[in-house]
Design a protein around this ligand. Structure first.
Ligand SMILES: Cc1ncc(COP(=O)(O)O)c(C=O)c1O
Length: 455
C-alpha cells in the first residue's frame, strides 16, 4: 500500500505543520491541514465490491416472504438439482472421487489451468471433427461461473460492452458490471421458442462491443436452439467480427425430441470460448468443476487470448484436485442410462408442469425443450391486484407457500420461472396451488375470452 505524503511546511516564524494528503490513506482517515497526524479507523469497501450486485439476491431478499403457515413450503426457485434428493448423481461419479481421495495422490497443488491429464480427458470427451480439441484448448476452472469470469476478463476491457440475453442468467451482468464492462441486453422471443431477435442483437453492436454471450440450452427459458438458428447467430458474429462466449453448462441436457448442437461444431471462422462443467449434467454443482474450451479454427484468438487465459487462471489455482483426479473416470465411465434417466425425469416433469399451467386462466407457460426450467407468462391485465411479477410471486408465497422466481431477476418482467427438478408429486401439488391462487385473483375482463382462445 502507498504511504502518506507528508509535507513539512516549516518556513518563517510559523511552527512546522503537517500537510497530510488524503490520497491512499488506507484504513486511516485524516483531514487536510492538521497539527499532528491523528489516525482513526475507516475501513471502506472497495469500489469493485460496491459495483458487484446480484439482482436475484436483491429482489428475493426484498420480497416479503412469509409463507402460509397452514401449507408446507414448496420452493420451485433454486437451480440446484440436489436439494430434494430425487436426483442423486451416479454411483460411479461418487466412487471415482472416493478412490482419488483414498489414493492420497491428489493432495497437492495442480497447475493453475488444471492437470494435463485432466485437460486431455476433457479435450478427448468433447473433441469432434467439426470442432477439434487438444489438451491445450482446455482450461479447468472452479465451476462454470469461474469459466465465464475468466472468459469475460480476457475478452473485455473496462469501458467496452458485451451483448447479453434478456431474459438471461444474471451472473453475466453481475460479473461484467463489477469489472467496469457495460452490458447491452438483446431480446429473446418467447413466441419463437426464445430464439434470439437477431435484428435487435445486431443493432446493439458498436465499436466497443467485445463479445456476444449466448446461453444454450437456456436458463431461465429451458429453450434449445436449432441448428439453423445457431447458424444465424454465427452469421451475425462473423459479419460483426464478434467472438462468442457460449455458456453451454446445460449442453446435452435436451429432451428426446430435440438435438443439442454445440455452437463451435457449426462454426468455421468465429472464435468461441465455450464454458461448461459438471454441475448440471452430472448433478454435482457443489463440486465446483468447470472448464473453458477454446475453439479457434482460424487462429483469431491466437496466443494473445490463450496466454491471457493462462495468466488469469494463475490468480487463483483452478478447481479442487480431488475432482480433477476423478474427472477422466466421471466423463468416460458414467453409464449412459444415468443421463437418460435424468432427462426422462426432467421431460416428464416439464410435460406435467406445462400441461397443468397451460390450463390455468391467466397464465401462459412456454414449453421447454431442455435444461431444468420453464418460463410462465402472467397475463397481468387479468391480475389487476398485482403491480408486477414480483408482487404476484410474493403473494403466491404468502397465500399458497409456493415459491417461484419472478423473472424480473432475469430482466424479464411479467413472467416467473419454475424449476422442474423437484419430485413429481411436488410439481403437481405446486401446480394445483398455483391454480387455486390464480382462480382466486383472476379478473375476467371483456377481452379475456379472446385471450383464452389463442392459448
Ligand atoms: C446458465 C448458467 N451458467 C452458469 C452457471 C454456473 O454454473 P456453476 O455452478 O458450475 O458455476 C449456472 C448455474 O446455475 C447457469 O444456470
Amino acid at each position: 500500500m502507498d504511504s502518506y505524503l507528508i509535507h513539512v511546511n516549516g518556513h518563517g516564524n510559523h511552527a512546522p505543520m503537517l500537510d497530510v494528503n488524503l490520497k491512499n490513506t488506507g484504513n486511516i482517515l485524516s483531514s487536510g491541514k492538521v497539527k499532528s497526524r491523528k489516525p482513526r479507523w475507516a475501513v471502506r469497501a472497495s469500489e469493485m465490491s460496491k459495483k458487484t450486485f446480484n439482482p436475484v439476491r436483491a429482489i428475493v431478499d426484498s420480497m416479503k416472504v412469509e409463507p402460509n403457515p397452514k401449507k408446507a413450503m414448496i420452493s420451485l426457485s433454486l437451480g440446484d438439482p440436489t436439494v430434494f434428493g430425487n436426483l442423486p448423481t451416479n454411483d460411479e461419479v461418487t466412487r471415482a472421487v472416493k478412490e482419488v481421495l483414498d489414493s492420497g495422490q491428489y493432495n497437492g497443488y495442480a497447475p493453475a489451468v488444471g492437470y494435463q491429464s485432466c485437460r486431455e480427458a476433457v479435450a478427448a470427451y468433447y473433441n469432434c471433427p467439426e470442432a477439434p480439441l487438444k489438451a491445450q484448448d482446455v482450461i479447468l476452472t472452479s465451476g462454470c461461473s469461474q469459466a465465464i469470469e475468466l472468459a469475460l476478463a480476457v475478452l473485455a476491457n473496462p469501458g467496452q460492452n458485451i451483448l447479453v440475453p434478456r431474459p438471461g442468467f444474471s451472473l453475466y451482468k453481475t460479473l461484467a458490471l463489477s469489472m467496469g464492462i457495460e452490458v447491452k441486453l438483446y431480446n429473446l422471443l418467447p413466441e419463437k421458442a426464445w430464439e434470439i431477435d437477431l435484428e435487435h442483437l445486431e443493432s446493439l453492436v458498436d465499436e466497443k462491443t467485445a463479445c456476444l454471450i449466448m446461453n444454450n440450452p437456456s436458463n431461465p427459458c429451458g429453450s434449445v436452439f436449432s441448428k439453423s438458428h445457431l447458424q444465424e447467430i454465427l452469421a451475425v458474429a462473423s459479419r460483426q467480427c464478434l467472438p462468442i462466449l457460449a455458456d453451454e453448462i446445460y449442453g446435452d441436457m435436451v429432451f428426446a425430441d430435440c438435438k443439442y448442437e454445440p455452437i463451435a461444431t457449426l462454426s468455421t471462422n468465429v472464435p468461441i470460448l465455450s464454458c461448461g462443467g459438471l454441475a448440471k449434467r452430472w448433478l454435482v454443482p457443489g463440486w465446483r468443476m468447470g472448464w473453458i474450451l477454446i475453439h479457434d479454427r482460424r487462429d483469431i484468438f491466437g496466443k494473445e487470448i490463450r496466454d491471457g487465459l493462462v495468466r488469469l487462471s494463475q490468480r487463483i489455482l483452478g478447481p479442487c484436485t480431488l475432482v480433477q483426479g476423478a474427472l477422466e473416470r466421471i466423463l468416460n465411465q458414467t453409464p449412459p442410462e444415468f443421463y437418460h434417466n435424468t432427462l426422462s425425469i426432467l421431460k416428464s416433469n416439464a410435460d406435467l408442469c406445462y400441461a397443468a399451467l397451460a390450463a390455468i386462466p391467466g397464465l401462459r407457460p412456454v414449453r421447454p425443450a431442455g435444461a431444468m426450467y420453464l418460463m410462465v407468462e402472467i397475463e397481468m391485465e387479468h391480475f389487476p391486484e398485482f403491480e408486477n411479477d414480483v408482487e404476484f410471486t410474493e403473494r403466491l408465497i404468502s397465500e399458497q407457500s409456493v415459491f417461484c422466481l419472478p423473472a424480473t431477476c432475469f430482466e424479464y418482467p411479467n413472467f416467473f420461472r419454475v424449476v422442474i427438478t423437484v419430485p413429481e408429486e411436488m410439481i403437481l401439488e405446486a401446480c394445483g396451488r398455483i391454480q387455486e391462487f390464480c382462480e382466486m385473483h383472476y379478473q375476467g375482463a371483456e377481452g379475456a375470452q379472446d385471450l383464452e382462445c389463442d392459448k
